[in-house]
Ligand binder design. Structure first.
Ligand code: AMP
Ligand code: ZN
Length: 113
């Protein structure tokens, strides 16, 4: 997906602040952080949205959540708490159409409306 910003970061055709990579995912720093810790967990496979996830992606999603949990611990926000967030589609506020899990923490976060 050459027109996908996250695919381009994963393929390193554009710069992204990659802080972790394995065979199935990367973790990057959000370019416009909304909290002191704001990371994005991206599957390497291009999946446009949670809408497009199938049962075949179950292990991948589990691995993404566990990786976010690990980064929360490494950034010392596990005790104070944090949010894991998928924005899905237009009403969900999804702007980048490549599945990503937000890890937000390091301050008191607003309630979700
Ligand atoms: P969402 O609204 O859930 O689609 O969130 C997309 C997120 O991606 C936003 O928090 C953006 O700040 C972030 N973002 C967009 N472009 C980049 C980029 N090139 N590198 C890192 N984060 C990005
Ligand atoms: Zn993509």
């Amino acid at each position: 997906m050459l027109d996908c910003v996250f695919c381009n970061i994963i393929q390193k055709t554009i710069h992204g602040s990659i802080i972790f990579e394995d065979d199935q995912m990367v973790v990057i720093q959000d370019i416009l952080p909304k909290a002191p810790v704001h990371l994005l967990v991206l599957p390497k496979k291009h999946i446009a949205s949670l809408i497009d996830v199938t049962a075949a992606d179950q292990a991948l999603l589990g691995a993404m959540i566990l990786k976010a949990k690990q980064f929360a611990e490494e950034h010392h926000i596990a005790d104070s708490g944090y949010k894991l967030l998928f924005n899905v589609g237009k009403h969900g506020g999804q702007t980048v159409k490549h599945l990503h899990l937000h890890l937000l923490g390091g301050k008191q976060l607003a309630e979700i409306e």
